[in-house]
Design a protein around this ligand. Sequence first.
Ligand SMILES: Cc1cc2nc3c(=O)[nH]c(=O)nc-3n(C[C@H](O)[C@H](O)[C@H](O)COP(=O)(O)OP(=O)(O)OC[C@H]3O[C@@H](n4cnc5c(N)ncnc54)[C@H](O)[C@@H]3O)c2cc1C
Length: 437
Amino acid sequence: MTTNLAPLSTPEAVRAAVRAFLDENLDPDISLRAWLDRLVDAGWASPQWPTEWFGKGLSGDLAAAAFDEFRKARAPGPPGGLGRMLAAPTIIAHGSDEQRRRYVRAILIGDEAWCQLFSEPGAGSDLASLQARAEPDGDEFVVNGQKVWTSGAIGADLGMLLARTDVDAPKHRGITYFALEMDQPGVEVRPLKQITGDAMFAEVFFTDARVPAANIIGDRNGGWAVAMTTLMNERVGLGAGTALNFGISAPGGRRVLPQLEQSVGEYVARAGSTVVAAASAGAMVGRGIDSLLELARSRGRGDDPQVRHQLARLYTLTKLNGWNGIRATAAAKAGKGPGPEASIGKLMVSNIVRQWRETGMAITGGDGMLAGTDGPLDGGVARQLLFAPGPAIYGGSDQVQRNIIAERVLGLPKEPDVSRNVPFRELKVGTQTKPAE
Ligand SMILES: Cc1cc2nc3c(=O)[nH]c(=O)nc-3n(C[C@H](O)[C@H](O)[C@H](O)COP(=O)(O)OP(=O)(O)OC[C@H]3O[C@@H](n4cnc5c(N)ncnc54)[C@H](O)[C@@H]3O)c2cc1C
């Protein structure tokens, strides 16, 4: 092991430590799995996590310096996806030590992929109205109900399930957070095809699905507080874009396992730029300004005032979001948890993604609609044209982020919610029925 390195208290020290780690460990001939083992065990896969749970306890800015060094070396990071962004930090915050041991490493190493089973047909922004039920049965719970918009459900090994466990309590207080095994007879995943042609999300139906009581994360009926941790991490993750991201774009689990057997060298050669940018909208934004500048130049559109105007807007929004990220980092350094900056960042990303779409279309005109490798940026302009409305909805819609900013930053009164203290069973919420195939 490397010795004589300075304590990891400055970006320079962190960068030096990463470089030393890379010198000793990044070997193009070892398998991706062997490399991830080294990365995870050394605490570099997610250095902002606590030292006892696979991290190095680094603040956000120091972790960003580490990621930057890994990106420069084109070193594959841990698989992306909702396990790493949401499940692991939630389990670290609220799970038992046994649960942390059981789940966190498996996420980082790519063995298990997770999906987020929160939204339902009648519970999106008003998530606390969710109706999926989990009834106790011995040392298990039996789950019935429906989720929708579940990103990555196809191929997920586990789900972060919010289910109602006490209908006599008010809606926020009778919810429990479970780690649910997806591969079981009571769980049916039906893909939903999007305008992009992909089926990135699905409907998930539970018919007497089972989950052990030991898989409750946090307290029984205390799932709302646990869900808030997940949602805060979602806002931060989606708002940060690439800043805290390096890694394999696939989410891990069943679909990625075969990839882990190839050598690091093979993987990097094949994956190209996706090695260093997770496939999130934020990552698209992170790469976007450079790729669009190049596109404008290559098409002789760099002098067009319209195009220049759009590019300048995109640059400005991206810079502003970067500064917002620095503000969030400073708040974290001062010992404050993720705060309203997360909502501002999330809102900014919606704007940036829309601006990216406008800029791409201003440069390419009708060509921008060409999908597949024939289209500009290998179809990236067309993809973004169709995908751009998404970020303003997922992870809490733009309107909901504005509510959070209004209440928590501007100190405006909370939205009235007359149902807040009423037992859930007395609320008039629709009942879920499973449509025929
Ligand atoms: C691409 C994509 C991926 C997703 N992935 C997942 C996932 O993996 N797991 C998951 O659980 N969910 C996922 N979602 C669901 C997402 O979280 C919900 O769509 C979102 O919370 C909005 O809920 P809704 O669709 O029910 O809309 P609604 O809540 O019904 O909202 C409809 C409209 O009313 C507005 N509105 C609602 N309440 C308020 C209010 N209080 N103040 C002001 N305006 C309001 C909304 O902003 C929106 O414009 C995903 C969504 C998308 C688009």
